[in-house]
Design a protein around this ligand. Structure first.
Ligand code: NAD
Ligand code: TDX
Length: 326
């Protein structure tokens, strides 16, 4: 039996990770620390709480709270999902991204070291590598490639990664980092591309596609992402970075087109709007290390994953609308 502290567990991927743990490691004890920002939702944790998850509302930047929780709960594992996660918001208001995605990570690292936590896992992103060009499909980022983040969001995540690697090198602290690609599935905040487009299409409102819609993202189903994080946490080598991709590259127009098709809506809803400043053209990962070292591979087919996601939003429209308006 292990004890896990999951930070940011009331958000999209974190809440799936908690459900995934309860299903696959029912003997483990789980504690979630989450600030419940606009992105957090206690509704996503209703079922896990009924199954024994303990929830504490609080900020990962609150040193006294974090040290106290670690002292009391004594987890073997800490997994950090807590972050400001939306690129557009980071362009409008970068300060809070530095606080949570950088300072918060250092507070967690310090706390884990003081409490002798056996493994701290930092959930990071493919965006830290920056963009690839659109005319070189042979290129993909590997773990040892330099990081060249473009947005305040990805720059703050990259700074968090560097602090984690510094703790490994300087103190020999047991840590791992996963760099996941664009994740989709149920319980995702409708500020993100897929849920946003589903909700707008359901209301027959224009779907705002940035620029020409030719930017490429690699789409990873949320449960595949959770399985990868669990494998790294329990079996990954300390001090290592692991890329978690899906080899499922699509242009934004392709994704929006697939959503319209699934909902039986017309392409004429697509509206091209001003591009995101500094908009990265393409993300693509070489995730062969995950396969070779940990035997992980993504299992979900994109069309099936998207269908399930669309169906979920149809049956959770009031939650999604409430989240969109917060
Ligand atoms: P999310 O925005 O849905 O959830 C973030 C959660 O963190 C929320 O519950 C929020 O309340 C909480 N939080 C924010 N600031 C906090 C603080 N200071 N203290 C405690 N809790 C705080 O994010 P997500 O999409 O689930 O992403 C989770 C992690 O995965 C992030 O670190 C993100 O960088 C990374 N990631 C996301 C994706 C993706 O496509 N969504 C892909 C790769 C990596
Ligand atoms: O309304 C929109 N129109 C549009 O064209 C929105 C919200 C997005 N887009 C484009 C921008 C991106 O090219 O769609 C693509 C995906 O956008 P987001 O859903 O905002 O995701 P992205 O910026 O790629 O970042 C996501 O993946 C990596 C997550 O938000 C990050 O947390 C994660 O690290």
């Amino acid at each position: 039996m292990a004890r896990l502290l999951v930070t940011g567990g009331a958000g999209f991927i974190g809440s799936h990770f908690i459900r995934w743990q309860q299903k696959n490691h029912p003997e483990d004890e789980l504690l979630c620390l989450d600030k419940l920002t606009y992105a957090g939702s206690l509704e996503a944790l209703e079922e896990p709480r009924a199954k024994g998850l303990t929830f504490v509302r609080g900020d990962i930047c609150d040193r006294t709270l974090v040290l106290g929780l670690l002292e009391e709960f004594r987890p073997q594992y800490v997994v950090n999902f807590a972050a400001e996660s939306h690129v557009d918001r980071s362009i409008a208001e970068p300060g809070v991204f530095v606080r949570t995605n950088v300072e918060g990570v250092q507070v967690l690292l310090d706390g884990c070291r003081a409490a002798g936590v056996e493994r701290f896992h930092q959930v990071s992103t493919d965006e830290v590598y920056g963009q690839l060009p659109l005319d070189r499909y042979d290129l993909r980022f590997a773990e040892e490639d330099p990081i060249r983040p473009s947005s305040p969001y990805s720059a703050a995540k990259a700074a968090g990664d560097l602090l984690v690697l510094a703790a490994s090198r300087t103190y020999g602290q047991p840590v791992t980092i996963s760099r996941g690609s664009n994740t989709y599935g149920s319980w995702q905040h409708p500020e993100k591309l897929i849920p946003r487009m589903i909700l707008l299409a359901l209301e027959d409102r224009p779907l705002p596609v940035y620029g020409q819609g030719i930017n490429v993202r690699d789409w990873l189903y949320v449960e595949d992402h959770c399985a990868a994080i669990d494998a790294i946490l329990r079996r990954g080598r300390s001090g290592q970075v692991y890329n978690v991709g899906a080899s499922c590259e699509k242009t934004n127009l392709e994704v929006v087109g697939a959503i319209l098709k699934a909902l039986n809506k017309a392409d004429s809803l697509i509206t091209f709007v001003a591009d995101r400043p500094g908009h990265d053209l393409r993300y693509a990962l070489d995730w062969s290390k995950m396969g070779k070292e940990l035997g992980w591979a993504p299992a979900m087919d994109f069309n099936r994953g998207l269908e399930e996601t669309v169906r979920w939003y149809l049956s959770h429209r009031s939650w999604a609308t409430w989240q969109a308006e917060r």
